[in-house]
Design a protein around this ligand. Structure first.
Ligand SMILES: C[S@@+](CC[C@H](N)C(=O)[O-])C[C@H]1O[C@@H](n2cnc3c(N)ncnc32)[C@H](O)[C@@H]1O
Length: 246
């Protein structure tokens, strides 16, 4: 993406955002991979989890955002700035993980067979994408800014990922989960989407228009996700996972 990511804003919900990553990791049964690659590593906090999980592996990462790569490098992650659409697996890539990235990559279904065919036999590919695009957190911004195209991110259905991966992998494991996040503070859903789904709107609109957009969106999100009497807010969030073994 050419838009600017804010690593600290993205990390504001790090526990909730990390949960799917751990659930994905739990389904990768690699024991002693030579190299583990984190595609779209973001600020690198989850790449660190990969290093701890496979201490004997070379763990490398890439991300298209200069800000995210800088944040990851600060943690000591071997990260480079690159676009996943131009990436080719190195011959020792025994594990490739891409968490909450491919929703930003149009036609990413076409990339999966290319990557898996280039990976060594017995390697693991694991991906997770948010799939909340039919929920108010994503339909309301679309209603208010219909001209901003990147909001309608195109993730496929679990069956579509399974079909594509089954054509090139020996074993495929696909599932979906709806997490019920318990958020705290004022306008928590607005804050959640601000660091991710709203980035294209913020980039597209002049500052004053973006402020108007946010104010109206805040009002509608409060109605869609009402605060409970204890001050917390339930935020259901659907995600799709796919793990394949070559
Ligand atoms: C929602 S963050 C996820 C970061 C990390 N994987 C995690 O789970 O916390 C999405 C990341 O994907 C990166 N990204 C988006 N499109 C990309 C592309 N075409 N190539 C590489 N990275 C990309 C963004 O820069 C951002 O850091």
């Amino acid at each position: 993406m050419s838009t600017v990511w804010d690593p600290s804003l993205y990390l504001a919900f790090d526990d909730d955002r990390a949960r799917p990553f751990h659930d994905l990791l739990a389904r990768i049964a690699a024991t002693t991979p030579r190299r583990v690659v984190d595609l779209g590593c973001g600020p690198g906090n989850l790449t660190e989890v990969l290093r701890t999980h496979w201490p004997g592996a070379l763990v490398s990462a890439l991300d298209s955002s200069a800000e995210m790569v800088a944040a990851a490098r600060e943690r000591g992650v071997d990260a480079e700035q690159a676009d996943v659409t131009r990436w080719t697996p190195p011959p020792d890539a025994d594990v490739v993980v891409t968490n909450a990235v491919l929703q930003w990559v149009p036609r990413h279904l076409d990339l999966l067979p290319k990557w898996l065919r280039a990976m060594p036999s017995g390697a693991w590919f694991a991906m997770q994408v948010p799939a909340n695009f039919a929920a108010p957190s994503h339909t309301l911004p679309r209603d208010l800014a219909p001209a901003v195209p990147a909001l309608g991110a195109a993730v496929a259905s679990p069956a579509e990922y399974a079909d594509v991966l089954a054509g090139v992998a020996a074993h495929v494991d696909v599932w979906e989960t709806t997490y019920l996040h318990q958020l705290t503070g004022e306008d928590p859903v607005l804050r959640w989407v601000s660091s991710t789904a709203l980035r294209p709107v913020r980039d597209a609109l002049p500052e004053a228009d973006y402020a108007t957009f946010r104010a109206e969106l805040a009002r509608r999100l409060r109605a869609a996700y009402p605060a409970r009497s204890d001050g917390t807010t339930w935020f259901p969030f659907r995600r799709v996972f796919a793990v394949a073994r070559t």
